[in-house]
Design a protein around this ligand. Structure first.
Ligand code: AMP
Length: 450
């Protein structure tokens, strides 16, 4: 189905065409017509599926007829887990709405309140916000929600993982009852369903996490290695493979900084982003990575949420993340919108528990390859595929959660010089603590048109 059949008007269709989009992604084809009819939606869709346009385009269409009439009001509210994602969504609004006369701002923490308050004074059509700062601004009476008729919860699972449930429910309690709700989540876990039940009544449920439904092709493989050899292995792979660019995930900010200096000692230039770096530095590094100036970017999971780079070829998990959903989010950075990508994980014995959870979540074992010279002294056993972590077991040892996992596409790899396929034969570390979640007004109509 072409974009022109979705019910969108000329200015939006023109913007989409100018961005080079020819066909809607599956989630866009399903969600946009329903959202335009005012339906409530719960959509299971991952990063890379084109989910942002699937809620931004209908919102722009629905709001394009009017404008904010009163001070400190917002007509649509989009909640996101991180400031990077808030800025990213705001930029998309700017791009998709470039021929419309609507305004939007991104609101997030870790920066001054004053510019955000100032930006809200005249009223805004769309506020994209992280929950903590938005709630603060509401408490300070800098924003009122009595004109808010549209609510989007973007990456709801992630917001819950980051502990935003109380902020979200408090914000929702203050919204008008008559409103349209759109919830997007990589997974529809029990907690997400509970949130949905309370906030999105009569919703139509859509799921786009099946391989057959246009998921990107991501070649995933792991290699086992001793923990103390990981940086040497990574350097070896970078030199051997000559990758044009890679996003490398690591669990802690301390680990990220250390890895940069370990790579440096081996002559490899890399940069890192994490919550310990200032917003201005993080934005500069992201811009440099997007422009290709930085080839290797090391990031904690949360910091990478807003990275949206077309055709990022490679994602490396230096550590395996916990929970398993995080793995799916991470590999979603590559193979976006139909292009192919590669996701490599360096797995040591310490990562075994997380490996079990990830492979159970995927419902298949990941291909293992041996890198010559890096076979581990401490072997990593083959995963138990029905592994259920203690916290998710009932008294009989059965899984409490019943949700089935998404299955990212797997493509068998081409063999590469020193990388050989081997015979098929965790620790529940938490990711970096939730970062401060709240920034100055960002106007996509000025910032993104530069
Ligand atoms: P998202 O899943 O919203 O983060 O989108 C992932 C990437 O896909 C972004 O870079 C979008 O610009 C791009 N994208 C979204 N929709 C389409 C489409 N219909 N055709 C081509 N690219 C798209």
């Amino acid at each position: 189905m072409p974009f022109s059949k979705l019910g969108l008007s000329e200015p939006i269709l023109n913007a989409v065409t100018e961005l080079g989009y020819t066909t809607p992604t599956p989630i866009q084809a399903e969600a946009i017509p329903l959202a335009l009819k005012g339906k409530n939606l719960i959509a299971a869709a991952q990063t890379g599926s084109g989910k942002t346009a699937s809620f931004v385009l209908p919102i722009l269409e629905l709001l394009s007829g009017g404008e904010t009439q009163r001070k400190k009001r917002a007509r649509a509210l989009i909640l996101t887990p991180t400031r990077e994602l808030a800025v990213q969504v705001c930029k998309s609004i700017g791009l998709y709405g470039k021929h419309l006369n609507l305004n939007a701002i991104a609101i997030y923490g870790g920066v001054d309140y004053a510019p955000q308050k100032q930006a809200l004074i005249d009223g805004v059509d769309i506020v994209v916000a992280t929950p903590g700062r938005l709630r603060d601004l509401y408490t300070q009476r800098a924003i009122h929600f009595d004109e808010t008729t549209l609510l989007v919860l973007d990456e709801a699972d992630r917001m819950l993982d980051m502990g935003f449930i109380e902020d979200i429910t408090k914000i929702i309690d203050t919204l008008p009852e008559q409103r349209q709700n759109l919830l997007f989540s990589a997974t529809l876990s029990r907690q997400v369903r509970e949130l949905a039940k309370e906030t999105v009544s009569d919703a139509i449920q859509l799921s786009f996490n099946k391989e057959s439904e246009g998921k990107p092709n991501i070649e995933q493989w792991i290699t086992t290695v001793d923990k103390d050899k990981k940086s040497a292995l990574l350097s070896h792979l970078i030199n051997d493979q000559n990758w044009p660019q890679a996003l490398i995930f690591i669990e802690t900010k301390h680990g990220a900084a250390k890895l940069v200096s370990q790579l440096e000692k081996r002559g490899i230039e890399a940069e890192c982003i994490h919550s310990g770096r200032t917003q201005a530095i993080r934005e500069q590094i992201l811009a440099d990575f997007k422009s290709g100036k930085i080839k290797y970017l090391i990031s904690t999971g949360i910091s990478a949420r807003g990275i949206d780079i077309d055709e990022l070829p490679l994602v490396i998990n230096y550590d395996l993340p916990f929970p398993a959903d995080e793995y799916v989010h991470r590999i979603g950075r590559t193979g976006r919108a139909g292009s192919s990508g590669e996701a490599i994980s360096l797995v040591s014995k310490d990562d075994f528990k997380n490996l079990c959870m990830i492979e159970s979540r995927l419902d298949h074992l990941l291909e293992r390859r041996v890198i010559e010279g890096f076979s581990p002294r401490k072997e990593v056993p083959v995963s138990v595929l029905n592994y259920v972590p203690k916290s998710q077991r009932d008294e009989d040892g059965k899984r409490i959660k019943s949700e089935k996992s998404a299955k990212p596409g797997v493509v068998r790899s081409k063999s590469k010089s020193s990388i050989k396929p081997s015979n098929r034969s965790g620790n529940g570390k938490s990711t970096e603590a939730a970062e401060s979640n709240t920034q100055a007004g960002f106007n996509p109509w000025t910032d993104s048109k530069r």
